[in-house]
Design a protein around this ligand. Structure first.
Ligand code: SF4
Ligand code: SF4
Length: 416
C-alpha cells in the first residue's frame, strides 16, 4: 500500500467483514446477476485485495464500484457493522484518482456535478431552458434524431415545473399559533427546481405545527452526488460551506431535510469534516422523523386515499428511519396505508445511477414496480427526489394508474 493513498484509508474498513454472507440476499445487484463479485461480500473482498496489493487496481474494481447502487441495504443486513457506504465512497475515489473512469460519460458527469448541480444560478438557467424546450415540444421534435442512450435518458426526465412553482422560499417563515420551537430547513439543489411544491409543503407544515423556519440563503448542494461519483474532495468543500451557512442560523432545535439522500450525507458530515462537521451532522432530522418525534399538534383532516409507502434507501438504510413516515400517514383518518412486498429495496435511481447504468437500473426498478403493481395503490409515497422521479418514470412507462407524492405533501393536505 502506498502511504497516504486512498488505498491506505480504505483498508481498515474492509477488515470488519467476516464473510458471513448475510447481506447477499438484500443486495439488488447480486439478486439480478447472482454473481459473488457483484455482491457486498465480493466487493469488499475485492477492495481488500486491491488495498493489500494482492489484486491489481484495474477495471474490475472500477466496474464493481460503479455497478453497486450505493443503496446500503447491505449495511442494514450486516451483523458486523461494516460501513459499506463509506467504503464505497473511498473505493470510487481510488478508482477516479487512478484514472480508471474514462470516456465522455465520465466527463459529462464531472462537468454536471461540479459546474451545474452545485451552482444555483446555473442550475436554474438549465431548468428554465429545459422547461421552455418541454413547453414548446422541441424535445419531441429532436428526439427521433438522438442516439438510443439519450432517448432513454429523456424518458426518465419528468416535466420541469413552471417558474411560479420554482420560486424561492422566504428566508424566515414565522410559526403559526403558539410557538413550539425554531428549526432551519435544508432546501437542497434539485428539490427547489423539480419539487418546489414539496419544499413549500414542508415549511407550511412546520409553520402550522408551531415552528419558526429559517431557510439560510447561503446554503448549497450537500455534496452527496459528488461523493457518490468519487469526487470526495469537492464534496467536502460543499459540506464545509453548509456548515458555515447553518451556523449562521443561530439557535435552532434541528436542521430539517425532506430529501433522504441529502439528509444521509449531512448526517455524516463528521466523517468528511471531523469535529468541524459534527454539530451540523447531529442536528439533521428528516421531516417525518422530526414531526414524529415532536408529535403532531391538532388532528389531521380525513384524506380518503389508498397509499403505498416506499422507503428511500438513504432514509431507511442511510438514516435508520422507517417507522416515522408510516406512523404519520397512518395518523391521517381514512387514509389506507397498503403494504407491498418490496418496500426497502432500491428503486434503481441511486443518484445518477439510472443514467450511468441504465440496464441494471431498469432491472432493479422492474422488481419494485411488480411489487407496487400487485398492491394497487392510488398514490406511491416516498421521500427522496431521485426515487420520486425514477418511480414516476416507471409508473408512466408501464401505464399504471398511480401517482407519486412525498409523504409531507399528504400531511400538508391533511394538516394545513
Ligand atoms: S450498497 Fe446496495 S448494491 Fe451496493 S453492495 Fe450494498 S446492497 Fe449491494
Ligand atoms: S453481512 Fe457484513 S460481515 Fe457478512 S459478508 Fe456481508 S458485509 Fe461481510
Amino acid at each position: 500500500m502506498t502511504e497516504g493513498s486512498g488505498l491506505e484509508a480504505l483498508h481498515p474498513g474492509t477488515l470488519d467483514c467476516v464473510h458471513c454472507g448475510l447481506c447477499l440476499s438484500s443486495c439488488p445487484t447480486y439478486r439480478v446477476t447472482g454473481r459473488e463479485t457483484s455482491s457486498p461480500r465480493g466487493r469488499i473482498y475485492l477492495m481488500r485485495g486491491v488495498a493489500e496489493g494482492e489484486v491489481p487496481l484495474s477495471d474490475t474494481l472500477a466496474e464493481e464500484a460503479y455497478l453497486c447502487l450505493g443503496c446500503r441495504a447491505c449495511e442494514t443486513a450486516c451483523p458486523s457493522g461494516v460501513a459499506f457506504g463509506s467504503l464505497l465512497e473511498q473505493a470510487r475515489a481510488v478508482v477516479d484518482d487512478a484514472g480508471l473512469r474514462r470516456g465522455w460519460a465520465k466527463r459529462i458527469e464531472r462537468f454536471a456535478l461540479r459546474q451545474v448541480v452545485p451552482r444555483k444560478p446555473v442550475l436554474r438557467g438549465v431548468m428554465t431552458g429545459l422547461s421552455a424546450v418541454q413547453r414548446f415540444g422541441l424535445d419531441r421534435l429532436v428526439l427521433p434524431l438522438l442516439p438510443r442512450r439519450l432517448r432513454e435518458m429523456h424518458g426518465l426526465l419528468p416535466k420541469v415545473p413552471a417558474a411560479v412553482d420554482r420560486r424561492r422560499l422566504p428566508e424566515v417563515v414565522p410559526a403559526r399559533g403558539e410557538i413550539r420551537g425554531r428549526v432551519a430547513f435544508f432546501e437542497g439543489c434539485i428539490m427547489p427546481e423539480m419539487f418546489g411544491a414539496v419544499n413549500r409543503a414542508t415549511v407550511e407544515v412546520l409553520a402550522e405545527q408551531g415552528f419558526e423556519v429559517i431557510v439560510p440563503a447561503s446554503q448549497g448542494c450537500c455534496g452527496a452526488l459528488q461523493a457518490h461519483g468519487g469526487e470526495l474532495e469537492f464534496a467536502t468543500e460543499l459540506a464545509r460551506a453548509n456548515v458555515i451557512a447553518f451556523r449562521q442560523a443561530g439557535e435552532i432545535d434541528a436542521v430539517v431535510s425532506n430529501s433522504a439522500g441529502c439528509g444521509a450525507a449531512l448526517r455524516e458530515l463528521d466523517h468528511w469534516l471531523g469535529e468541524e462537521g459534527s454539530l451540523l451532522a447531529g442536528q439533521v432530522r428528516d421531516i417525518c422523523e422530526f414531526l414524529d418525534q415532536v408529535g403532531l399538534r391538532g388532528a389531521p383532516r380525513p384524506l380518503a386515499r389508498r397509499v403505498a409507502y416506499d422507503d428511500p434507501c438513504h432514509l431507511v438504510h442511510g438514516q435508520g428511519v422507517a417507522g416515522a413516515p408510516r406512523r404519520l400517514l397512518e395518523a391521517i383518518p381514512e387514509l389506507e396505508l397498503v403494504a407491498h412486498d418490496d418496500p426497502s429495496s432500491c428503486c434503481g435511481a441511486a443518484g445518477i445511477y439510472n443514467l450511468t447504468q441504465p440496464e441494471m437500473s431498469a432491472a432493479v426498478l422492474a422488481r419494485k414496480l411488480d411489487a407496487l403493481e400487485a398492491a394497487q395503490p392510488e398514490i406511491i409515497a416516498t421521500g427522496n427526489p431521485g426515487c420520486l422521479m425514477q418511480l414516476e418514470a416507471g409508473v408512466r412507462s408501464r401505464g399504471l394508474n398511480m401517482r407519486l407524492a412525498h409523504p409531507i405533501e399528504l400531511l400538508a393536505e391533511a394538516l394545513c
